[in-house]
Each structure stands twice: as C-alpha cells, then as structure tokens.
Design a binder for this molecule. Structure first.
Ligand SMILES: NC(=O)c1ccc[n+]([C@@H]2O[C@H](COP(=O)([O-])OP(=O)(O)OC[C@H]3O[C@@H](n4cnc5c(N)ncnc54)[C@H](O)[C@@H]3O)[C@@H](O)[C@H]2O)c1
Length: 282
C-alpha cells in the first residue's frame, strides 16, 4: 500500500458513496482530508468516524453549484493545510426521464451540479495548485455515461459528456501551461451508492416535486430501471480501489468496468461508419 502520510486530499461529495469511500481509503493510507458536501448530517458522521481513527479532517457544507462557496472552501483548505496534493471533483446527481417530457428544471439541476460544479472546482482550486509548482492532481468524476449514451437519463448523459470533455480540455491546457498539475477523469459504470436518492438535497427553487411528469408510467419505469441497477452495482470499496490504483498509475481515463470497453469501441466504429446509435447492452 502506498503511503500518503503528509498528503492533502480534497473531496467534494464526501458524505456518501464514492466520495465517502475515497475519504476512508485515503485516511487509512495516512492522508489529511478536506471534505465537502451539501449533506451536512452524513458529512458530520464521516468526519466523526475519520477523526476517531486519528485522521486530520476539515469539512465544509455547501452546494457545488455555488461558486463563492467553492472559492471559500478552496481558501479554507489552503489556509489550513498550505497545499493540495489530490483534488477529487466528485459531487454529482442524476435524473431520469424522456427528453421531451421531463421538466426543464431537471436539466438545470444536473448541469448546475455535474458541469458547473466541476468548473467551479477547477476555477477555485487550479490556480493555487499551479502556483505550488510541484506535482499534484485533479480528478474529475464523469461516468461511463460520458463515453456511452444510455437512453434512460438524458440530462445525466449530456452532463457527463460535458464533464468528460471539459476534463480533456483541462488536461490539454495544463500541458500548454507547463503546469505540474495532472488531470484525470473517472468513468465508472454502475456502483452501489446513494446516487439514486440524490433528489433529497435538490434545491427547492429548481424542483417542483408535484410536477405531473413524476407520476407518469414513463418516469416511474425509468426510475425503476435506475434503482434496480444501482442496488446490484459494483461495491463502492472495489470501485474506489480501482480508482486510486489508476491515479497511482497515471491513467487519464479511469474505467472501472472493463465489460463496457467493447461498447466504447463499437460507439467509435459507429461514428466512423455513420450508423445510428444502438442501445448499450447491460
Ligand atoms: N454510482 C454510480 O453508479 C456512478 C456511476 C458513474 C458515475 N458516478 C458519479 O460518481 C459521483 C459520486 O456519486 P455516488 O455514486 O457516490 O453518489 P452518492 O449520492 O452516494 O454521492 C454523491 C455525493 O454528492 C453530494 N452532492 C450532491 N449534490 C451536491 C451538491 N450540489 N453540492 C455538494 N454535494 C453534493 C451528495 O450529498 C452525496 O454525498 C457523481 O459525480 C456521480 O455522477 C456514479
């Protein structure tokens, strides 16, 4: 096991799922942590658990779609620890629906969190990370849904294609700047987390839970597909081990489920051949 003693690891979306497991595994390897989430209750539980195990932890509760709050989190992290070695831009949410039927506010929410949240993390942390002038890493979480189109969750897929492509541009611009910051993008397929319960922290100003669409058969059957896939997803401990191992091996596109690699190849072949998209077999 690589020793992370003295390393500073920052994680957004650290109260549940992969963010929480990243925090646990890096704590076990000796790192100091700066953790953020919109979920104050579960973040406090994670903080308590890790502090009890002797890990240095600071936390901040905010919505990643709020740039000023992300900037304050960055300042607090650098003020406390003086540096950042690994920044996991991980917080994300999902919605399901039919493009021409689901409320437009689903799109706003997903793009605010999954795209602008990542952009906010980059803008708030990267300048100071470049200034450190020593090797450090930013790891953005996209999804296999940033490489393959799945028909159940259009806003999610579109937001993850955006977060994947902006991670590629980030890496190219870091290279152009001769920065010692390296970028990665995580593209997991289904992992058993709390992602399917993410509406509990959806801002009320972009959520009408009484919208009739959420009572339709179309919505309910798509939600069933999502729920039944997540509960049999890869265990979060296994996914996070793969992710940390890939970061250590300097892999840019971090794929956790090789079973989908042929579908990625087939997508590119389909683009070259000009054929219509086909459903990904699960
Ligand atoms: N679980 C999967 O199958 C899967 C697959 C591919 C990618 N991902 C991505 O992995 C990342 C982590 O998700 P997870 O699966 O661990 O889900 P999760 O719901 O268990 O964890 C996500 C965390 O992000 C936090 N969060 C949500 N909105 C936020 C906001 N606006 N501001 C701050 N924090 C916010 C949540 O409170 C939660 O703690 C997400 O970006 C997700 O899209 C998940």
């Amino acid at each position: 096991m690589k020793d992370y003693t003295g390393k500073i690891v920052v994680i957004t979306g650290a109260a549940n799922g992969m963010g929480k497991e990243l925090a646990r595994q890096f704590a076990a390897k000796g790192a100091k942590l700066s953790l953020a989430d919109i979920d104050a209750e579960n973040l406090a539980v994670v903080e308590k658990e890790l502090k009890a195990g002797g890990t240095a932890v600071i936390t901040d509760v905010f919505d990643v779609s709020n740039y000023e709050a992300m900037e304050a989190f960055s300042k607090k992290t650098f003020k406390t620890y003086g540096k950042v070695d690994f920044f996991f831009n991980n917080a994300g949410v999902i919605s399901v629906g039919s493009i021409w039927e689901q409320p437009l506010s689903d799109w706003k929410w997903l793009f605010d969190v999954n795209v602008m949240g990542i952009v906010h993390g980059i803008k708030a942390f990267i300048p100071a990370m470049i200034k450190q002038d020593k090797e450090c890493r930013i790891i953005n979480t996209a999804s296999i849904a940033g490489l393959l189109t799945v028909e159940n969750s259009p806003a999610y897929v579109a937001s993850k294609f955006a977060s994947l492509s902006l991670s590629e541009v980030l890496e190219l611009q870091l290279q152009d700047a001769n920065a010692k910051v390296k970028a990665h993008v995580i593209c997991p397929a289904v992992v058993k987390t709390d992602l399917n319960h993410c509406t509990r922290h959806r801002p009320k100003n972009i959520y009408n839970e009484n919208d009739p669409y959420y009572q339709t058969k179309d919505y309910k059957s798509r939600a069933d597909v999502m729920n039944s896939a997540i509960v049999v997803g890869m265990p979060v401990e296994e996914a996070v081990k793969i992710i940390i191992d890939a970061v250590e091996k300097d892999i840019f596109y971090i794929l956790t489920h090789p079973v989908y690699n042929p579908a990625i190849t087939a997508r590119v072949a389909g683009i070259m051949a000009g054929t219509r998209p086909v459903k990904v077999k699960r």
